[in-house]
Design a protein around this ligand. Sequence first.
Ligand code: ZN
Length: 490
Amino acid sequence: MKNKLVIYNSLTRKKEAFTTITPGHVGMYVCGPTVYGDPHLGHARPAITFDILFRYLSHLDYKVRYVRNITDVGHLEADSDDGEDKIEKKARLEKLEPMEIVQFYTDRYHEFMERLNNKKPSIEPRASGHIIEQLQIVDKIMDKGYGYESDGSVYFDVVKYNENYKYGELSGRVLEDLLNTTRELEGQSAKRNSADFALWKKATPEHLMRWPSKYSNGFPGWHLECSAMSTKYLGEQFDIHGGGMDLLFPHHDCEIAQSTIANGKSPAKYWMHNNMITINGKKMGKSLGNFITLEEFFTGSHELLERAYSPMTIRFFILQAHYRSTVDFSNEALQAAEKGYQRLMEGLVKMEKAVAGNKSTFDVQEWITKCYNAIDDDLNSPILIAHLFEGVKHINNLLSGKSTLIEADLEIFKSTMKLFSFDILGFVTEEQSTSADNSMLSDVINLLLNLRMEAKANKDWATSDKIRDQLQQLGLIIKDTKDGFEWEMK
Ligand code: ZN
């Protein structure tokens, strides 16, 4: 199949046709988690976004090397060059070794990503395992004159870089403004300019994670690991670099500056960023009390949650929005997502009962083209889901005899429904017992409503009304139609 994929490139700020550097191969790097806390919705969104890209590119027959790192060193409080290392701080609070914190939360991250049915990346490198590669980049930047040493730490000279390149290319920040807004904050800083960022930091006596280098006994700056690991596993230039929008600046702009100097070229052809999740309209934050972990979602154990929501409900909720739009969490939105997910899954289960007829009464190819057009348009998952719901309507019509498909059309219709629902959007059928309970419940409701039809046919209005009223009291919406009835749960 000819690839018609178009993606929005954050670097050029426009949608571009997707072509690869090496024919048939895709190198994709996504900034992974800093492993110092339990995974939350903010972890789920980039993981799911780039999972569907990974799945779709693989479906298009590309050989995809998907690298997603684990940040286990160098990410300091407030994403700055000063302050405590996030992992060390947690280790101190919990009286554990930093690497115990790293192991624990890496395992938690894996567990929850698996429950959300995200495929594992091809390589998952850790920052602490690539200190040598990071120091090699520091040396290259020093050799080329874009780094300077100050009291055992090494900084990237942003002002010099900006004379020959454009710093802030990705985020659109302007160096002048950055220098103006941060100047007052400067104190006894070891940096020449407030906008410079650390490549290597000399460790203070109490700092635990440290490595020897010719500069000092210290640790790498946070941005450096991604330049080092993407170069190591994907080469100096690769196809896609992804991450959350919160990483645009400074993280990704710094990565571009580092790689541009060290390798002489801009690292990635396409930059893709998923938007953020807000909770009841507000940014998620520990201090706001609206910080909900995935575990709390799955168990319902947070005061903002009316009840538990399953991993597939969360996945559906995230994919119901385009990845570049914000998603606002609310109980209402999650309950709507849960219903949507169940409706799709029930459709897929029912679909197996559909049998071929002797003519095709709707155009399957046209529907398939619409599905591909949606995903090809910068991974438009909400539109794709709308087409899958149109598919569910077709399933209902096939089962009720309102429409028919010949064998060949039916087969391709069924396989396309499964391809997009399971293989590309990554949904799985969840909680077999619950869906068995649901289908049992559906059968009982249909039985009662059929009895009501019989009562009506016999002009037994009392019985007919009684069945309708009592089912409505239980939360069922019943609609009488020309040829019977339709119902749904409120
Ligand atoms: Zn990164």
